[in-house]
Design a binder for this molecule. Sequence first.
Ligand code: AMP
Ligand code: ZN
Length: 466
Amino acid sequence: MAIRLFDSLTRDYRILGQREPGAPPISQEHPFTFYTCGPTVYAPAHIGNFRTFLVNDVLRRLLELEFGKDRVKHVRNLTDVDDRTIGQAKREHRPLSEITRHWTELFHRDCDALNLLRPHVEPTATSHIREQVDMIEVLMRKGNAYRAPDGSVYFKIGSFPEYGALSRIRERELKVTITVADDDHKDDVGDFALWKAYKPEEDGDVQWPGPTGAAAGRPGWHIECSAMSKKHLGNTIDLHSGGVDLLFPHHENEIAQSQCCNGTTFSRHWYHSEFLLVDGKKMSKSLGNLYTLDDLKAKGFSPMAIRYALLSGHPRKQLNFTLESLHAAESAIATLSLDRARMTTFTKDAPASLSSRFDPVLASLRDDLNSPAALGALFIATKAGPTKPGDLSAFDRALFALGLDLSASPIQISAPAEICALAERRWTAKKAKDYAAADALRKELAAAGWSMLDGKDGYKLEPVKK
Ligand code: AMP
Ligand code: ZN
């Protein structure tokens, strides 16, 4: 039972966690290493961004189930210095760190509401300037980078023959893509900035001492992921992921920087998820067609329904977002909550035992993260005949993999008549001080999945918590 995932580099489905001969197998000392490109913290993340982060969250959960919770190390960075963050700080006349702190806090709040597992490390670009400068200096020494007349440093793509392997971008296309956003200091249009010389009119007070021989300034965007993944996960990582827009140039450039600096494969596996659309167009800040979590909460939708709706499309296919899909998701969550409450109420479940009832859910996820198939399998499994021991634990494992937390919408189930009758008999026995009989009846109730909470003048029946 392995996880099979499409690999954007080889353009093929490959099993995760297979390391090359000589590399240590996955263990606590050598955990499965997983790097996700995180948000740029200058504005609220929209649910398009969250689609990407949710897909990665399901992946993280699946990895934990596959390799063990303590054998997975997940890093997701925060981009807290770039043109957009600096621009926002300037517009608001506030220090950069104040802007990025504010949006980081809100990002975390939304992540928690959507039940995203926190990454093990969440490094910021500004707290890794040293590591980025070190890497740039290595690249300059090795002849992969050069200083431009203004003191900026560029990566020389001509020095890395494999450049373009990930995006398969041909040279002609590269020129067309790059010239649009080009500036003048490069030897070749495809070269990209590793370090940007300070420009007082643009950068305000944001600058750091540069690599040896370069001007003061700030890192280019791509180098932060190369430097932070190296520091926290090592030279070769098991899996690198992000939205499909990052494939070129961001990830192509990360590969070039890391492989030229470290002399080894950067990532064994690349996974890219597709966009969330609105009316057929990518949800984005620039198009103004975005919804934030707050927008949708204000319309009365719950974060779990939003999570469900965002997982209802295959991660590698574009998904068109509609409010109708949220209504459907809301009722799906309610049905699942009811199913779970029924299972809790009417079955005895040894926590250690797992039935195979929900295996198709996990099997779908293991097959290239097919979340819509997994959700379908979840519904089929909940309806498949009377509940047996071990089903509830298996249900909870499937819910964990999908990250669906149903505790936010608890369903009260009133006890069935025979349970009420037992409870009445016990209460009468207790009042008559027949403690032996009361105890025996309490055990009988517990075996049926109910506990009795005694008050002074009465009692409450509750399903036994697992
Ligand atoms: P940013 O904060 O702009 O750096 O983006 C953070 C992540 O969101 C990146 O991995 C992007 O690929 C992803 N992203 C941006 N827009 C969308 C969208 N409409 N649908 C899915 N992912 C997106
Ligand atoms: Zn990145």
